[in-house]
Design a protein around this ligand. Structure first.
Ligand code: MCN
Length: 780
């Protein structure tokens, strides 16, 4: 049966009526009998020795049932947290979920107060007295990478956690042929994921039967079950993690966090259910940050625009501990060649520990950085040789697929030129160029920025991800046709806003010929269904989890044919399935519905004794390769050279994620992603005090999130280049918007500022940064 009906339709999101009417099931909406509340006492210092903790005053406060510190937790948590198991790590300091005698970042938990109300717990947390001896804080990542730096951990001799080199092609030869050589330092500032729903957890330990139930706001419930069970010494079958609706994650809710272990352990210690909901200021300090990298690039090219060689140095600020999946950030180097043919690349990635909050994936995770490098590099070359940025891209695009880039990444399919042409058409590129020239003549500064990107997503394949991330990323699904013919789908993916309940239903509707309303997509509960989930991130849910669902449906159809053969008294080879009916080939009228077969399958009707009963299937899908979505974004800005402020005038994006299941959902994903990239380009930055390591952007008044005022309507279109790596032809879409957008905005700003001799602006391109650059140039 061809996938042609529900797939591709703009089906309205089934989850929205519940969410927009306030019926979402978030952790803080949930309560349990006898619920108590946890509050964390966190370090005000970035680096210090903890000399003494006095919990006595807090313990005697009204409503307080316990104040726990490291020694209490050591009774129930048997070893440090799971740490990243990637093979590039040369050192990987252990992290116990709660600090002992050394705190390593501002916000690290030192004590946990449990009380009968959240407010009493908060009051008592303030009464915990802690004496600290401050230590030098390691904040500047470039300094931290040097051999003479203080160390972020007392007992380490260096801050370097990995130092990995990458070589593709003959870099010396590529540079020796160059007509022009350019260098550029590029910062990817730290950003904060800022989900609308902060992290939250309820843990309810029942001592009688040694069962632990956890409600968590997370992206991968099975990860929490796996590691919490392990560290608490419990069988996984006795730990149930439920994650219903999740109000955003953006990569920061993939990992199991210290609080997950501590709240579970506190519940075990006290035999009471305990809830913790992160406050916004805690979230700024204790939820992982994204990006946080310094790059140096060197580019070699010819006068005719031919790209030759690229050298890339990445210095990744890891914060106090190596993030759960943060070794994956080296992809920023591995993909820095972008959509282009180069002769050679030489890369080096250094992961460096500092006394800050750990960094971990944030939407795009390494690929926006790679695109930023490639797109800045090509614009720098275009500027130096005086070539149109569209033209230089066209001259260097990879045009044959599959294409293995110089560092071994195999791009499955693509048509980069088509996406660029469409983006130029959408913004009416020639008209903006004319307008730019006319306005420059009267002192107004318009800039047009292009960014053609390619990214990697749809992780597995398990073998590759196990080496790079320490987690072998397959995805599983279970599909069950119930006796009435309705379908329950259990997926190991777990949406935080991506609309899986809708798009996954569309897949099943076409495959099994069942109306969408008869399909229930279930996710986020480790006790439901047989699937073991690896979660939602890396734009993997459709291209991996969705394919597992499709393959379950295939198995069901095959099984159904054997059952239908009995019911129709025909041989199995003669049975066909189409549009929800099994029929004898050549005799469509001689048929049984999926429900007829399901009734028989469950023993509620008749089925030949030679058949195993039931109409369900479980599948684990391990893709043969990753998929490489791509696209071109075009942005038009006006820079006010008196104030340095930037106004985005027009933004067009053409993205290609292969076959699209739900165009409306994909558009929404792209819009959200562009807004995040635009916000990184112009507004957002996590700022630490350079001496003491105090977080200076710890509230929403200091950390500039975009509102509707800072965004605009984007012109969206897409091309469709299916991947050969899965039967649907689908690639990922969940991060695509972030990948090209920061580069498009910065390229536009640099284009506007080119007449002033400014060729690069770092992010965020705030008014004061641009104003200072202009003043410096004008003073020359
Ligand atoms: N889709 C489709 N056709 C395609 C590709 C995707 O119809 N060819 C649909 C999918 O079926 C799904 C949605 O688009 O409904 C996104 O799918 P996919 O690209 O597989 O990405 P994931 O579902 O794995 O989502 C992860 C991705 C990531 S990595 C981050 S970070 C992110 C994002 O999605 N965080 C989000 N989007 C977010 N959206 C919201 N609202 N909140 C977040 O925290």
């Amino acid at each position: 049966m061809a996938l042609a009906k529900a797939v591709g339709a703009r089906v309205h999101r089934r989850e929205d009526p519940r969410l927009v009417t306030g019926r979402g099931r978030f952790v803080d909406d949930h309560s349990v009998n006898g619920l108590h509340h946890a509050m964390f006492v966190r370090s005000p210092y970035a680096h210090a020795v903890v000399e003494r903790i006095d919990t006595s005053a807090a313990e005697s406060m009204p409503g307080v049932v316990a104040v726990f510190t490291r020694t209490d937790f050591e009774q129930v948590i048997n070893s440090p947290l799971h740490v990243n198991g990637a093979n590039i790590l040369t050192q990987n300091p252990e992290q116990f979920p709660i600090a002992g005698d050394e705190v390593l970042f501002q916000g690290e938990a030192i004590a946990v107060v449990v009380a009968d109300t959240r407010y009493r717990a908060a009051d008592a947390a303030e009464a915990v007295k802690i004496d600290y001896e401050p230590l030098p804080a390691v904040i500047d990542v470039r300094e931290a990478a040097g051999s003479s730096s203080n160390t972020a951990h007392k007992n380490l001799s260096s801050n370097v956690a990995w130092d990995e080199r990458f070589v593709g092609g003959d870099i010396a030869a590529a540079f020796s042929e160059a007509d022009i050589k350019l260098t550029q330092r590029i910062t990817q500032q730290r950003v904060c994921p800022v989900s609308l729903e902060t992290r939250a957890i309820i843990a309810d330990y029942a001592a009688f039967d040694n069962h632990l139930t956890i409600w968590a706001s997370c992206q991968a419930p099975h990860f929490i079950r796996r590691w919490v069970a392990d560290r608490l010494g419990m069988p996984e079958s006795r730990v149930r993690v439920i994650s219903n609706d999740v109000g955003g994650g953006f990569g920061a809710k993939i990992r199991p966090y210290p609080e997950d272990f501590l709240v579970a352990a506190a519940s075990k210690l006290l035999g009471r259910p305990i809830k913790w909901v992160e406050s916004r200021s805690e979230s700024f300090m204790a939820t992982t940050h994204g990006r946080g990298e310094e790059f140096d690039i060197e580019v070699a090219a010819k006068h005719d625009g031919t790209l030759l060689g690229l050298r890339v140095l990445q210095i990744q600020d890891l914060g106090a501990y190596v993030g759960f999946l943060q070794t994956g950030q080296t992809v920023a180097v591995q993909l820095a060649t972008g959509c282009y043919r180069w002769r050679a690349i030489e890369g080096r990635s250094i992961g460096v520990l500092t006394n800050k909050t750990s960094t971990d994936p944030y939407r795009g995770a390494g690929r926006p950085e790679a695109a930023h490098l490639a797109e800045r590099a090509i614009d720098l070359v275009a500027g130096a040789i005086g070539m149109d940025p569209a033209e230089i891209r066209r001259r260097n695009f990879i045009t044959e697929f599959p294409h293995t880039n110089l560092l071994g990444m195999t791009f499955d399919s693509g048509d980069y030129g088509q996406a660029l042409d469409r983006a130029l058409e959408l913004i009416d590129y020639p008209r903006w160029r004319e307008k730019q020239a006319a306005l420059r003549a009267v002192g107004r500064h318009i800039g047009i920025g292009l960014a053609s990107y390619v990214e990697v997503c749809g992780f597995g394949p398990s073998k590759e991800t196990a080496a790079a991330l320490g987690v072998g990323l397959v995805e599983s699904a279970q599909v069950r046709v119930n006796p009435r013919g309705d379908v329950a789908v259990y997926t190991g993916a777990h949406a935080q806003g991506q609309g899986h309940e809708t798009s996954f239903s569309q897949l099943v509707a076409d495959k099994l010929g069942v109306p969408i309303d008869a399909i229930d997509v279930r996710h986020g509960d480790t006790n439901e269904g047989a699937a073991f989930g690896l979660g939602t991130y890396g734009s993997r849910s459709l291209a991996v989890g969705g394919i597992a669902i499709l393959r379950c449906c295939d198995k069901i159809v095959e099984k159904g044919k054997t059952l239908a053969a009995n019911l129709l008294e025909a041989s199995q080879e003669d049975i066909a399935f189409d549009d929800g009916r099994f029929y004898v080939r050549g005799s469509r009228g001689h048929s049984r519905t999926l429900a007829d077969v399901a009734v028989a399958a469950y023993g509620l009707g008749w089925v030949d004794g030679s058949q195993e009963h039931g109409l369900e299937a479980v599948t684990y899908f391990d893709p043969a390769g990753t998929t490489f979505p791509f696209g071109s974004h075009a942005c038009v800005v006006e820079v006010d050279i008196e104030t340095g402020s930037v106004k985005v005038l027009h933004y067009a994006a053409v993205d290609d994620c292969g076959t699209v299941v739900n165009p409306m959902i994909v558009d929404g994903q792209i819009q959200g992603g562009i807004t995040q990239g635009l916000a990184q380009a112009l507004l957002e930055e996590v700022v630490y005090d350079q001496d003491g390591g105090q977080l200076k952007s710890g509230t929403l008044a200091d950390y500039l999130m975009p509102t509707a005022n800072e965004t605009l309507n984007y012109d969206l279109d897409r091309t469709v280049t299916p991947t050969p790596l899965n039967e649907l032809g689908a690639k990922g879409a969940g991060e695509a918007g972030t990948i090209g957008s920061s580069a498009a905005v910065i390229n536009a700003i640099c284009d506007a500022l080119a007449p002033f001799g400014i060729s690069h602006v770092d992010m965020p391109a705030s008014p004061d940064r641009i104003w200072s650059l202009l003043r410096a140039e004008l003073a020359k």
